[in-house]
Design a protein around this ligand. Structure first.
Ligand code: NAI
Ligand code: MG
Length: 495
């Protein structure tokens, strides 16, 4: 294996600390927990294990920054600061990608350039919004002279609780609108992947964003995460993660009626029509599931294939799955890295057992990979399941692993009904050359995103989020900014 080598002063062997009010320091408890490289099982770093006391301090720091210097920072200054952070992320992107790879296993080799652009563009897009947050003047119908207008104001202190599946984007999709809107934040990264958040915390300070605007508290969800979501001085929770925790957060946030945005799980349908160009549809639908070892909320895990091409599709997708190079995330040749943690490995392998016992059959993969060095890490073979029924657990529950269920269908009406028969509604895909069928399915799928003849595309301008139990609110686009703002109505009688 040829792995890329980078000197990373960030990984100097000392335990990583919490960032609170511009100061780095240990957790109140004094305890730490390890970050583990899922490619090798090795400990990468020790991290401060924050708890409720640290959450309290971080919220107080975020509140002080919100009431203090940040409140009077001019929109144009915030814009410049966000732009500077974009430059810093770009300059340090190779390091961030390396941290992602050793922390949770995203392969370094998947088009690093495209990845850099997205992260930088997210920041630049929201930098632009900082100077364009504005209210309206409203023509009221009062019998006297009354001037009415609205102001858009930042929501306040945001607790951002993020998962581990795409650390750079997980951080920036929340951080960028926080800064653009004038909010402050306490960022709680996932225990499986905290390094990127901590490194971005350093960059935030380097570019001159005032102390306390961005605080980073590492630790467990059940302690520090729960403390933040229940905290009376937090104004909003922005969460990405599992649907089960999303429900807990909605309940915890009810105490002071925090604003809540949730980006949760999915079981997305990807529909391949008989007229599709299979040279594109096969790799497209396959990577729609297997990219990032299936650890994507929008993974197109229910692949519905029109009956006349079903056998041909299954054969081609299985051949494609078997050829994907699985290996260490730092090997630039690797297309599929490990799953992020031993828990995730157990979970995915558990689902493969469930699938077998339900009667599903793996025509590619179907097991953990343990050849040679792979045995040290958490690798699962890209898996194609057939003989799957819609009601099976493998076809209804989010596996979050490289597992595609390929199901035949006969009519458009039928595939719409079956696609929509899910408690989730995050994304959907359609592969066809027929523009009329493409539009019809785009309208009839009950999902927040529909990709036609492509999958997994993201742009800072395009809103992303879920229908039904896949969440509430949107990331990216103007919708995302709006979720960090309150609307104030002002009435001034002038006669
Ligand atoms: P999780 O939902 O438990 O973790 C996400 C974040 O929430 C982490 O930062 C965690 O520390 C925090 N958290 C956990 N419990 C909390 C609580 N009670 N209060 C506040 N914060 C809390 O997800 P987990 O356990 O890492 O993964 C389990 C499954 O969830 C995955 O297999 C996958 O199916 C799904 N998932 C979906 C994601 C998505 O992008 N929609 C991302 C990560 C996981
Ligand atoms: Mg968890």
């Amino acid at each position: 294996m040829s792995t890329t080598t980078l000197t990373l002063p960030f990984l100097d062997g000392r335990p990583k600390q919490l960032l609170i009010g511009g100061e780095w320091g240990p957790a109140a408890s004094g305890t730490t927990f390890p970050s583990i490289d899922p490619s090798t099982g090795a400990v990468v770093a020790e991290l401060a294990e924050g708890d409720a006391a640290d959450a309290d301090r971080a919220v107080a720091a975020a509140r002080a920054a919100f009431e203090g210097p940040w409140r009077t920072t001019k929109p144009a200054e915030r814009q410049a600061l966000i732009w500077a952070l974009a430059d810093a992320v770009k300059a340090n992107f190779a390091e961030l990608r390396h941290l992602e790879a050793v922390d949770m296993g995203l392969p370094i080799g998947r088009s690093p350039e495209a990845g850099a652009d997205h992260a930088v563009e997210v920041l630049r897009y929201f930098a632009g919004w900082a100077t364009k947050v504005q209210g309206d003047t409203l023509p009221n119908s009062m019998p006297w002279q009354v001037f009415t207008y609205t102001l858009k104001e930042p929501v306040g202190v945001v607790a951002a609780i993020i998962p581990w599946n795409s650390p750079i984007n997980n951080v920036l999709w929340k951080l960028a609108p926080v800064l653009a809107s004038g909010c402050t934040m306490v960022l709680k990264p996932a225990e499986e992947a905290s390094l990127v958040a901590l490194r971005i915390g350093e960059l935030v300070a380097e570019v001159g964003i005032p102390d306390g605007v961005v605080n980073v508290v590492t630790g467990m969800g059940e302690t520090v995460g729960a403390a933040l979501t229940a905290h009376p001085d937090v104004d909003k929770v922005a969460f990405t993660g599992s649907t089960a925790v999303g429900q807990q957060i909605a309940r915890a946030a009810a105490g002071n009626l925090k604003r809540v945005t949730l980006e949760l799980g999915g079981k997305s349908p990807d529909i391949v029509l008989a007229d599709a160009d299979l040279r594109r549809a096969v790799p497209g639908a396959a990577m729609g599931v297997f990219a990032n070892s299936g650890q994507a909320c929008c993974a197109g895990t229910r692949v519905f294939v029109e009956r006349p091409i079903y056998d041909e599709f299954v054969e081609a997708a299985s051949a494609y799955a078997r050829k994907l190079k699985v290996g260490n995330s730092l090997d630039p040749e690797t297309r599929i890295g490990p799953v992020a943690s031993s828990e995730q490995l157990e979970r995915v392998v558990g689902y493969l057992d469930v699938g077998r016992s339900e009667g599903a059959r793996a025509v590619a993969g179907g097991e953990r990979l343990v050849d040679g060095k792979l045995a040290d890490g958490y690798f699962v073979a890209p898996t194609v399941l057939v003989d799957v029924e819609d009601e099976m657990r493998v076809a209804t529950e989010e596996i979050f692993g490289p597992v595609a269920c390929v199901l035949p269908f006969d009519t458009l009406d039928e595939v719409v009904t079956r696609s929509n028969a899910s408690r989730f509604g995050l994304a959907g895909g359609v592969w066809t050359r027929d523009v009329s069928k493409a539009h019809r399915l785009a309208q009839e799928l009950r999902t927040g995103t529909v990709w036609v003849n492509t999958y997994n595309l993201f742009d800072p301008v395009v809103p992303f989020g879920g229908y039904k139990m896949s969440g509430q609110g949107r990331e990216c686009g103007p919708d995302a900014l709006d979720q960090y703002l309150e609307t104030k109505a002002v009435w001034i009688r002038t006669d």
